[in-house]
Ligand binder design. Structure first.
Ligand code: BTN
Length: 242
């Protein structure tokens, strides 16, 4: 199936565009922009989006079978990590779906649902990937961040990376819709940087961090942790601090 691709030089946010126009856009439409003026991240954070050779991308997904739609963000993190590996960098995944190189974030994913009368119609799956940034712009980001050009010492061909990513994503997309986390769990777990160690989990920016031991992933892609008192629990959301 050929994807529709909508490309912008400048837009507020490819995710916002996707949500606003969701009903008029076909399943698997790709929205891509050179610059976002209001790039959005998780927890209402800003996503710095002023480097035209980076990737700012959203995919409109309207699958019939919605049971495993929640696993698409983790799946996208695996796809981004696999493509970054083609460029000889060593990405790791931080739960649930950040992609890091040398503990610095290189890729963020924001998946937003479109609801009609409280029923989910599909999602807008957005990814921001730092491919070509100057050190000075990278330093304006308020958390440790990385860019692939600075890691490899070479400019990265944005179109080539985008093509590889879409190819990777759609090659196993149907399996993810049918089997969920199980269809890519091995790829996710081998790249994870949090399992088998002590982590802190913070629900929102100002919340207290709670300390756990990250034990394993359950079959749904949730993180199972051991608390200080020895009890076990499942973490569904929040930011992990290692
Ligand atoms: C995160 O906080 O880690 C998620 C960042 C997601 C950024 C991407 S860039 C393309 C798409 N449009 C947005 O406004 N956000 C996502």
């Amino acid at each position: 199936m050929q994807n529709n691709i909508i490309e912008f030089d400048t837009i507020d946010s490819t995710n916002t565009y996707g949500l606003k126009n969701f009903e008029n856009l076909q399943d698997r439409t790709i929205i891509s922009a050179r610059i976002q003026t209001k790039g959005r991240g998780r927890f209402n954070r800003n996503w710095v989006s002023e480097s035209p050779e980076n990737i700012y991308l959203s995919i409109i997904l309207k699958p019939q079978k919605k049971d495993y739609i929640v696993n698409l963000t983790q799946y996208m993190s695996v796809c981004c990590a696999k493509v970054i590996e083609i460029y000889n960098a060593k990405p790791q995944i931080k739960y649930p779906n950040d992609v890091l190189v040398d503990n610095k974030k290189i890729c963020g994913i924001l998946c937003e649902s479109f609801l009609k009368s409280n029923v989910i119609q599909g999602v807008v799956l957005g990814a921001g990937i730092n491919l070509n940034m100057s050190q000075s712009v990278l330093e304006t980001i308020d958390r440790p961040a990385a860019s692939l050009n600075l890691i490899t010492g070479k400019n990265i061909n944005r179109q080539e990376f985008l093509n590889l990513l879409l190819e990777e994503f759609f090659s196993n997309y149907d399996s993810v819709l049918n089997q969920g986390f199980a269809s890519f769990s091995k790829d996710y777990i081998t790249r994870s940087n949090f399992l088998g160690r002590h982590i802190f989990v913070q629900k929102r920016d100002r919340d207290i961090k709670e300390k756990y031991f990250a034990k394993n992933m359950d079959k749904n892609g949730n993180l199972v942790v051991i608390c200080d008192d020895g009890t076990q629990k499942t973490i569904h959301s929040g930011d992990i601090i290692i």
